[in-house]
Design a protein around this ligand. Structure first.
Ligand SMILES: O=C(O)c1ccccc1N[C@@H]1O[C@H](COP(=O)(O)O)[C@@H](O)[C@H]1O
Length: 163
C-alpha cells in the first residue's frame, strides 16, 4: 500500500509553491463560491501555467453539485487532471463519462453503512458529514470518527479527509 497526500484549498502562488516543494501528490482547488478557499478557474489556470506540468498533473478541481457547463467552463480555463465531486455516485459517474477525466467521489460518513463496498469512479474521499450549521459539505475542519474504518474493506483507492 502506498500513501499520498493532497493539500486542498490552495489560492495563491505561495501556497502552491509550498505544496509542490513539500512533495504533495495532489493540489486541490475549491470551485465552490461559498467557501473561503474559493478560487476562479481563471486564477487556477494562471497558477498552473506558471508552475507547469508538475502542477498540472497533480491538479484536482473540487466541485459541489456542478452542472456540466460549470465543469466545462473550469476546464476551458484550467487544465485540471482530476475532478473531486460532491454529488451522488450516479452523477459523478456521468461526469466521468462526459469529461473523460478521473473522478473522485466525496463520501460523507456518519455510520459504517455510509462506507461504500463497491468501487465508485476512480477514487473515494472519505469525510466527516457536515452539520446543518456548517453551511457547506466539506472544509469544515471536523474530524470524523475513524472507528468504522477499522473493519472497512475498501473497494478501491481512497483518501481520508477532515480535521
Ligand atoms: O474546502 C472547502 O471549503 C470545501 C468546500 C466544499 C466542499 C469541500 C471542501 N473541502 C474539502 O472537504 C474535505 C474536508 O476538509 P477539512 O479537512 O474539513 O478542511 C476535504 O476533502 C476538502 O478538500
Amino acid at each position: 500500500m502506498s500513501v499520498g497526500i493532497k493539500i486542498c484549498g490552495l489560492k495563491d502562488h505561495e501556497n502552491v509553491a509550498a505544496a509542490l516543494e513539500s512533495g504533495a501528490d495532489w493540489i486541490g482547488f475549491v470551485f465552490y463560491a461559498r467557501s473561503p478557499r474559493f478560487v476562479t478557474p481563471q486564477e487556477v489556470g494562471a497558477l498552473l501555467t506558471r508552475f507547469g506540468d508538475s502542477a498540472v498533473r497533480r491538479a484536482v478541481g473540487l466541485f459541489v453539485k456542478p452542472s456540466d457547463d460549470e465543469i466545462a467552463g473550469a476546464l476551458a480555463a484550467a487544465p485540471l487532471s482530476i475532478l473531486q465531486i460532491y454529488d451522488s455516485p450516479e452523477r459523478a459517474a456521468e461526469i466521468r463519462q462526459r469529461f473523460g477525466l478521473p473522478v473522485w467521489v466525496s463520501i460523507a460518513v456518519t455510520t459504517p453503512s455510509d462506507l461504500p463496498d463497491a468501487p465508485l469512479c476512480d477514487g473515494l474521499v472519505i469525510e466527516p458529514a457536515a452539520r446543518t450549521e456548517d453551511g457547506r459539505p466539506g472544509g469544515n475542519g471536523r474530524i470524523m470518527d475513524w472507528a468504522p474504518l477499522k473493519s472497512w474493506k475498501a473497494p478501491q483507492n481512497w483518501l481520508l479527509a477532515g480535521g
